[in-house]
Structures are given as C-alpha cells and as structure tokens.
Design a protein around this ligand. Structure first.
Ligand code: RUB
Length: 297
C-alpha cells in the first residue's frame, strides 16, 4: 500500500490503533522506497502519513525513524544505500511487530486465575495479552467498555470471545459500578502516547476508568510498546487531542457536541506501564525515554 492510500485508511480509521497505524505508515514508506521514490518523494510521503491522525505519537515516531534511516544513508553510493535502507527498514518493521508480542507476553504474565479484568477501547496489545493468558490456560473474566462513540469495545469483545475468553460488554459509565460489584481485580488499557512524567494518552474515557479504579482500589496497567513514548515531552511538549465530528455522537438539531477522541490519564493513577521490556512504573518512563530516543533528540 502506497503512502497516500495508507494515509487515507488511517484518516478514515479503516486502519486504527496506535501500533497498527505506525506499522502501516512504515510499510507504506518501505513500499515507496521499493518503487524507486527519491529522498524528496519519501519526505513528502512522510509528511502526508504523519498528518493522517494527530494524537498517537507512534505514527510520527515511526515515520521519523524511517526518515532517520533514509538520511543516514544519504551520502552512500545510491544502490548500496538503498539496499542498506531497505534492510534497516525491514528490521525496524519487524521490531515494531515483535514489540507487541513481547509487551503482550509481559501483560499476560500478570494475569492470574480468578482475575476479573476491565478494559476500554480496542488495544491490540491488551487483546494479545489476554489471548496469550487464555492460551496459557489462565481462568479469568473480562469486562469491556463499549467505548462510545465508535464502539471499539465491541471489536475487543468480538476478538476476545473468538479466542474463547469470557467477556462481557458494559456501557462506559458502568465502569466504576462494575469494579465495585463484579470483583474487578485489574484494569488493562492501551496507549496512544506516553509522556515523560508517566502520564498516558489513550482513548477518551481511559482517565475516568483510571480514576474509578483508584476509587475502587483496582490497579491500572497500561500495555504499550515504547514506540508510543513521546520524546519531546521530555521538554514539556504535549500532543494534540483529536476532536472528531459531532455527528459521531448525536444529530439533535441545535445542540452542540464536543467529541474528543482521547484523554490524558495522570501518572498517579497508573500502577505500571507494561512495555516490550517488561514492567515500567510511571516514574521510570523518563529514563527509558532518554535511553530509547536519544537519536531523535
Ligand atoms: C485506539 C486506542 C487504543 C490505542 C492502543 O483509538 O485508543 O487504546 O491506540 O492500541 P482509535 P494498540 O480507535 O481512535 O485509533 O495497543 O492497538 O496500539
């Protein structure tokens, strides 16, 4: 899939979820390079992809890393440079793809028999972790928030049910009540962007789930690959919170709609992040970010 087409699919949310959009963008740039695009063409394609959605930094991080690979071979002999770029790009894409399995593996390791896990939205990392735990023979239940207005929780419920996981849908506003009355033992959520202070941007409603979890004494785990770390947040930058069309929520004439797609969960409401490298308490994010993203800063 070329860059324009990939950007269109990311924009329309046919391809969605922070990790998937990062992989789709990297693959699209790989495709451009394979078809002989010049460095300028690749830069233009990168701009189009980067702008497809604003909140998940996995997208610009992946795009910028591909450009970094391209730039670092700019002075090589063209044929040699191209082969090296494609080799490094393939390794990068495969590391992105394996980071989800590794993060999911660590997430699955947290699941014990008798767990009741609440989740929101559709995080491929969370779903993969729960499927892995199921394959390992763990006995647990899942409550999935529907995730208005685009119902990504239904995708989660379908995927988990298809893997034989005991999953129950709840309306988003039932999260606290469910924690209090159904013995929820932990919340698993995904991430679109992770800030240096350990706070996390994810699907709108995640911060309410985390606040409810705090009130109910339920630990909150954020399953995230480190490609979602936002290195510029080390200097205080934040990402734009995507606001989507009000028509996704309501068509009542004369009534305005505010439809933010993401929110920020404070670090103090996160028990731990779980990355491809294992558990990462919010207080350790800054050090991990500096270590992983030195090339960008
Ligand atoms: C998806 C969403 C997911 C994260 C993590 O939002 O908020 O929780 O992207 O997903 P949208 P993953 O549906 O608006 O893209 O773990 O798959 O990267």
């Amino acid at each position: 899939m070329h860059a324009q087409e990939a950007a269109g699919k990311i924009r329309s949310m046919e391809v969605r979820g922070a990790l998937r959009i990062a992989v789709a963008a990297a693959r699209a740039l790989e495709e451009e390079i394979i078809s002989g695009a010049s460095a300028d063409d690749v830069r233009r394609a990168a701009d189009v992809l980067r702008d497809a959605r604003p909140t998940a930094v996995s997208l610009p991080n992946a795009v910028n890393y591909v450009l970094h690979i391209v730039e670092s071979h700019a002075s090589d002999d063209p044929a040699v440079g191209r082969a090296l770029v494609l080799g490094e790009l393939a390794a990068f894409i495969s590391s992105l793809e394996s980071s989800i399995d590794q993060a999911a593996e660590h997430g699955a390791g947290l699941v014990v028999d008798g767990d009741v896990i609440l989740t929101i939205c559709n995080s491929s990392t969370v779903v993969e972790a729960l499927k892995t735990a199921k394959r390992r023979g763990r006995r647990f239940k899942v409550f999935a928030c529907e995730t208005r207005p685009r119902w990504q929780g239904h995708i989660t419920a379908r995927e988990l049910s298809g893997a034989g996981v005991d999953v129950t849908l709840i309306v988003d506003s039932a999260a606290y009540h469910t924690m209090k009355t159904k013995g929820v033992t932990r919340a698993f959520v995904g991430a679109d962007t992770v800030y240096a202070d350990g706070s996390v941007v994810n699907k709108v409603g995640t911060s309410q789930v985390a606040l409810a979890a705090k009130g109910a004494g339920v630990p909150v785990y954020v399953l995230t690959e480190s490609v979602k770390f936002y290195p510029y947040s080390l200097h205080g930058a934040t990402v734009e919170i995507e606001e989507r069309d009000g028509a996704e929520v309501s068509d009542i004439r004369g009534v305005g709609v505010f439809n933010p797609a993401f929110d920020v969960t404070a670090a103090e409401n996160v028990t731990s992040l779980v990355t491809e490298d294992g558990l990462c308490p919010p207080g350790e994010v800054r050090a991990r970010m500096e270590e992983k993203f030195g090339w960008m800063l």
